[in-house]
Ligand binder design. Structure first.
Ligand code: UD1
Ligand code: CA
Length: 449
């Protein structure tokens, strides 16, 4: 059996009250339609057509790496009309999954069950339904006396009795492609919204003598359609909870999952402990046996094993094994810490390599610098890397000791084993094995108060 999928994603999403197309709104770090695409791929389907319209350039650009076929729905005349636009890109002999782009909680296993049931029933169409305690807003499943599907009624078209029905249409369907495209041409737009409803194709198929089945899923947390930002926040919480649980099952301790926000793209090794109020985002990997947080925000960084990071901001940085960071450190892009580095409180590091065993314990700015092994930077030291026009480099060779409150005016190089006196402003290179002191001699004047 050959399978294809069509994802409807042309709508504006009026209820989002946004300039941006609904399906691009991010949930846990990814556009909501991205999750739908992953679920389809997990179910083993790679022939995927996306129906785009509102903000289509943005949608196509955001999903350029997903290997999709795009078809355009110029005017958004309803879900039935949207599916019609995909006719040319789907093989009529295929079994076709039809999904909406606004269900980010969807997982592949739910789709597999739908496909299996459809096959087993030998149906021409199968609708996935769910029983919801609060069915408001969804289309309701109207069943016949014998339990078979009669039709689906939208919230806006339902009478008070129909609104009482708790069984809803998830908006996920399986069809025999050729059959559904033929039947779609008969769908009318005589309803409250004046749209071509995809749901209306089901009674048409039945009247034409085709088998229409309903599968009621018990995975009710997986099917929610997101129409506004309140529902989006609920979906975000569920996805966050899922990725925290996955990490915990894989050996990561998360002390307070409800305060911990970790993107699903983040990788973390076993026996690492995440303290409360920590956010880890993007392409970040963290090794084994680390302690991260509390109050730490990391994005797009790599962290080795046995690293401690407390109350710090880490952005596009690299931290090797056995480093100790914070509290209150700020590592900016291209900060590259080799093994056993110590970075303490109120230290900012940008675009600098810090050699193994070096220490920058307090109150420093280090930018555009190269530090060798076991360099020690005294409290309050800064690299003066910017003269208002250009950035220049500071080089500190192995075992250099910088006295407290030194200004290193770049470009400047300090040779191996050399030292600066506290409070010096260093403007010239210092050779190896040298102590450089630059400050006025201390004067004593007789004085009485
Ligand atoms: C739809 C279903 C409803 C179901 C619900 C499940 C219909 C008529 N109603 O309602 O029975 O309970 O989903 O979440 O199908 N879209 C287009 N082009 C259009 C209109 C919509 O591509 O012209 C896309 C949207 O971008 C969206 C999806 O189709 O991704 C669903 O549209 P939406 O307006 O959210 O439908 P609902 O009102 O939620
Ligand atoms: Ca919807």
């Amino acid at each position: 059996m050959n399978y294809s999928a069509v994802i409807l994603a042309a709508g504006k999403g009026v209820r989002m009250r946004s300039q941006m197309p609904k399906v691009l709104h991010q949930v846990a770090g990814k556009p909501m339609v991205w999750y739908v695409i992953q679920a389809v791929k997990e179910a083993g389907i790679n022939d995927i057509t996306l129906v785009v319209g509102h903000g289509r350039e943005l949608v196509e650009e955001a999903l350029a790496d997903e290997n999709l076929n795009f078809v355009v729905q110029e005017q958004q005349l309803g879900t039935g009309h949207a599916l019609m636009q995909a006719q040319g890109s789907v093989n009529p002999g295929h079994t076709l999954l039809v999904l909406a782009g606004d269900t980010p909680l969807l997982e592949g296993k739910t789709l597999k069950k739908l496909l299996d049931f459809h096959q087993q029933q030998q149906a021409q169409a199968t609708v996935l339904s769910a029983l919801l305690p609060n069915p408001y807003g969804y289309g309701r499943i109207i069943r016949q006396a014998d339990g078979g599907l009669e039709r689906i009624v939208e919230e806006k078209d339902a009478d008070p009795e129909e609104k009482e029905i708790a069984e809803i249409n998830t908006g996920m369907y399986c069809f025999q492609a050729g059959t559904v495209f033929t039947a779609l041409s008969q769908v009318q737009r005589a309803n409250a919204q004046g749209e071509y409803y995809l749901t209306d194709v089901l009674p048409i198929l039945k009247n034409d003598g085709h088998k229409v089945a309903v599968l009621a899923t018990d995975e009710v947390d997986h099917i929610h359609g997101i129409n506004d930002r309140v529902q989006m926040a609920s979906a975000e919480a569920i996805i966050r909870q899922r990725s925290n649980q996955k990490l915990m099952k894989n050996g990561v301790t998360i002390i307070a999952p409800e305060t911990t926000f970790i993107d699903s793209s983040v990788k973390i090794g076993i026996d690492t402990v995440i303290y409360p109020f920590t956010i880890i985002e993007g392409q970040t990997s963290i090794g084994e046996n680390c302690t991260i947080g509390p109050y730490t925000h990391i994005n797009d960084s790599s962290v080795g094993n046995d690293v401690v990071i407390e109350s710090s901001r880490i952005k596009e940085a690299r931290i090797s094994n056995h480093c100790n960071i914070g509290p209150f450190a700020y590592l900016r892009p291209e900060a590259d810490l080799q093994e056993n580095v110590k970075v303490g409180d109120f230290v900012e590091i940008k675009k600098s390599i810090i050699g193994a065993g070096s220490k920058i314990p307090h109150l420093s700015y280090v930018g555009d610098a190269l530090l060798g092994k076991e360099v020690n930077i005294g409290a309050g030291t800064i690299t003066c890397n910017y003269d208002g026009k250009k950035k220049s480099r500071t080089i500190l060779e192995d075992h250099v000791f910088i006295g407290s409150n030194t200004n290193l005016v770049a470009p400047v190089t300090i040779g191996e084993n050399s030292m600066t006196g506290a409070g010096s402003t260093i403007t010239r290179d210092i050779p190896a094995d040298t102590l450089a002191v630059e400050r006025a001699e201390q004067k004593h004047v007789r004085w009485k108060r």
